[in-house]
Write a protein that binds this ligand. Structure first.
Ligand code: ADP
Length: 225
């Protein structure tokens, strides 16, 4: 596929803003891969790899894993053949250094971000969302015990077992929100200045309402491509 036809999306926003859920909807709609650094780091940890061991302490504390670890992970991942048609970055970049590294790795391959979708959700809602979040160990589907309840308390529609992430607790959420405010929020300005950021209001809305807003924005950019 021509480099300029590749759809490259960046999803950003506070923890629990719904970017993982919307990323899954976008992968199905556009047939492109979701690259979630959080998922990749959790997989590395489950496999007890060196990266997993080096990252665990930061993830458990709700702080950022060092830039060089995540930058290398993403740089390798996007070279994979399954990214040839484009990809969705979910949870990366999260710091200015990561954003600059991403520009550089895409620039080398004459690629560019098509759109940054920034999911804006108030802090009060974040804590409620995260502490009720569970996901399927088999298919990765995300539920909320109240707002988007699974078929049974511990089973996914696919039959897989549902688990709560160990970092989805009130204490760690507070650190994750602080890390987000300090390191990630400045990227809103970075991408606004580049003219590629769209704000999607994610607060007080259903998943379908947010998906509708995302698709409206996508229609505007894919129509213009
Ligand atoms: P959420 O967006 O809900 O906070 P993620 O699954 O994206 O959760 O990330 C979980 C944890 O993984 C983060 O708290 C952080 O420790 C680490 N992490 C994920 N992506 C990055 C990144 N791009 N840079 C640094 N750390 C990251």
């Amino acid at each position: 596929m021509d480099a300029e036809k590749r759809l490259i999306l960046v999803l950003m926003g506070p923890p629990g803003c719904g970017k993982g859920t919307q990323a899954k909807m976008l992968t199905e709609t556009f047939g492109i891969r979701q690259i979630s650094t959080g998922d990749m780091l959790r997989e590395a940890r489950a496999a007890d790899s060196e990266i997993g061991r080096r990252s665990s302490v930061f993830m458990d504390a709700g702080t950022m894993v060092p830039d060089e670890i995540v930058i290398d992970l993403v740089a390798m991942r996007i070279q994979n053949r399954d990214c040839a048609g484009g990809f969705i970055l979910d949870g990366f970049p999260r710091t200015l250094a990561q954003a600059q590294a991403l520009d550089e790795m895409l620039g080398h391959r004459k690629l560019a971000i098509g759109q940054v979708l920034f999911f804006d959700v108030p802090d009060e809602e974040i804590v409620v969302r995260i502490t009720g979040r569970v996901s399927c160990v088999l298919c990765g589907k995300i539920y909320h015990t109240t707002f988007n309840p699974p078929p049974t308390a511990d089973t996914c529609a696919c039959g897989g077992y549902l688990l709560q992430r160990p970092d989805d607790n009130v204490t760690t959420v507070t650190s994750r929100l602080a890390a987000y405010r300090e390191s990630t929020e400045p990227l809103v300005r970075y991408y606004t200045d580049k003219g590629i950021l769209a704000t999607i209001h994610g607060g007080g809305s259903t998943i379908e309402q947010v998906s509708g807003r995302v698709m409206e924005r996508m229609a505007a950019i894919t129509g213009a491509r």
